[in-house]
Write a protein that binds this ligand. Sequence first.
Ligand code: AR6
Length: 354
Amino acid sequence: MPLEIVRNDITKMKVDAIVNAANQTLLGGGGVDGAIHHAAGPELLAECRTLGGCETGSARITGAYRLPCRYVIHAVGPRWHGGHHGERDKLVSCYRTSLELAKANKCETVAFPLISSGIYGYPKDKALKVAIDTISDFLFENEMTVYLVIFDKAAYQISEKLFKDIAEYIDDHYVEEHTDLRREQMRSLYLGDAALFDSVPQATVPAAPIVQAQPGAPAASIVQAQPGAPAASSLDEAIRMIDESFSEMLLRKIDERGITDAQCYKKANIDRKLFSKIRSDKLYKPSKPTVLAFAIALELPLGETQEMLMKAGFALSHSNKFDIIVEFFISQGNYNIFEINEALFAFDQNLLGA
Ligand code: AR6
């Protein structure tokens, strides 16, 4: 995944470069700066002494010594003074300069801490947004894998309003489903499985061995088997009934949208190699987060998202939070994969993408 949010200690990251949240002297300090110098050894400080400092909003690169990466990029973030002193521009510039330095030094993988969000006091939700927006802008034009390393959960905050809205949406949809599930389980306990099976509505019982959505079919008919669908009488016939595969649907939708393959996989936060694999293998079996990432990139409404999931053997369900959170964003018409991933991370869920 080109941009990944991970929980880790940045000094443990095995990447080409890690970024340090440094100060203008570049001579070490507390927080992540202290941890990096401690893990790299005194040689790092010796090299930093030769640099002559660095202005706020910029960055310098050094060797990594005892760290398991090749370079350390020392970025100097702004102190927070209320938000009206150019803090955002300086923070954007920190990320941008660090990424350009990494690119100039042929780094393919880079890890960032949440710069300025500790000792420098930048509000964490705002610092996170600047980081994600700036890194994702860069990734639209460049091939690189960037990790945003979150040290502790407390350092990670999405906006309070978004968190509340999602929590409410989960409550409304998740609890209800689980209450039903529980009721159903109780029923099967008392009545036995046969009775439970009888109570399942007809449409959820597959009428044919292979049930596929027709490309032009309305969304609701796609989610479930059609009660009247003809049954395949032989394997040959069943195979003939398989229509467009996931990969074919994806490529068709890209063409219909009039976007390029690269625009699509970048918007999906999927790396180029994985996309090539999917493109060249008509029967490629993607994971659920990959399918959803493409559905988001293509800005598919819920019905078509379900259709695309079906092609890969999945469905959106109300029995897990991951699905409900993605559904929340689609229903709001918000197709920003990075924002969706921020929210998924905040709710301890897997992220969208490869
Ligand atoms: N790995 C990843 N993230 C970490 C780690 C770690 N090992 N340790 C802390 N963080 P801060 P700043 C997170 O204070 O706000 C220094 O003294 C931490 O939770 O390190 O840019 C410098 O010399 C927080 O979210 O950096 C400067 O004087 C984030 O890293 C000043 O602090 C940044 O917190 C810079 O302050």
